[in-house]
Design a protein around this ligand. Structure first.
Ligand code: ZN
Length: 279
């Protein structure tokens, strides 16, 4: 957390507020929060925001100045947030980077990341292309069912581990992997390459459906996720298995949801998600 839906919600809010705004200044709280391009920070003042995109769990902001284009990539995975100035921050010492804009409506944007699993990268176009190619697999919202099946076929890894492998499928983390596997009736430890086309199609449908629903709900606010404007996502109320250990299976099969260790905590119904089920 944040995962793909939360990053998408953040990207949409940034797009709505920041496009066209000029950068007035940049404040770097900790130099080591910048993974690449730390020496290019002085370029950004007086540039203008021209686009905001999401890749996996990251948000990419595009800036232009004269005829040059540069980017800031903000990794949100695990504990990163992008926050507008109206949001009161509980632990301001974890604001590691602030961009100030010249218009009052845009205000500023703060990158808050207490555990610093994620970083910022300041890149030109070639650097961004290289960064994206190195770090991101297919986008689960754009991949077709046939492509998804072909990807799964290539791997002898366990299904849940593969779903969370960002260089294979970018954007799914523990929450949405658990939810998608339950909805598809598949056990996290099934070997990806053994899935029949019918099961892969069911999983593909489950992934796309829950990611879309979660985006529409503003994401899932679990462990302190807030959108840039401070709003909380409500998709948590539609979680069927994540964090539901000991509760009855929502399919009313009579079993209780169990927590098992499989690539972080997995929540499964032992009746509806059998390890033998591959189709
Ligand atoms: Zn069940």
């Amino acid at each position: 957390m944040p995962e793909l839906p939360e990053a998408e919600v953040a990207a949409r809010q940034l797009r709505a507020r920041l496009i066209g705004a000029h950068v007035a200044g940049v404040f770097v709280g900790r130099a080591d929060i910048i993974r690449e391009g730390g020496d290019t920070g002085a370029w950004y003042p007086e540039s203008r925001v021209t686009a905001v995109e999401r890749y996996g769990k990251s948000v990419v902001i595009e800036f232009q100045k004269a005829r040059n284009t540069r980017y800031v990539v903000a990794e949100l995975g695990m504990t990163g947030l992008l926050l507008f100035p109206e949001v009161a921050i509980k632990f301001p010492r974890h604001v590691h980077y602030t961009m100030q804009f010249d218009s009052p409506s845009a205000g500023s944007l703060r990158y808050w990341n207490p555990r610093r699993f994620g970083r910022l990268s300041l890149l030109d176009r070639a650097g961004l292309d290289c960064y994206l190619a190195r770090r991101f697999g297919c986008d689960p919202l754009r991949v077709t069912s046939a492509e998804f099946f072909q990807i799964l076929q290539k791997y002898r890894r366990r299904l849940k581990a593969l779903l969370m492998h960002q260089q294979v499928i970018a954007g799914i983390g523990n929450i949405y992997a658990n939810e998608a596997l339950f909805r598809a009736g598949l056990h996290p430890d099934v070997i990806a390459g053994q899935l029949a086309p019918s099961a892969a199609d069911r999983l593909h449908h489950a992934i796309q459906t829950i990611l879309q629903q979660a985006i529409e709900c503003g994401g899932s606010s679990v462990k302190d996720f807030f959108a840039p404007d401070g709003s909380e996502g409500t998709f948590k109320q539609q979680h069927l298995v994540y964090g539901k250990e000991g509760l009855p299976c929502p399919r009313k099969c009579g079993s209780l949801i169990r927590r098992v260790q499989s690539e972080r905590s997995s929540f499964v119904c032992p009746s509806c998600q059998k390890i033998r089920t591959c189709r």
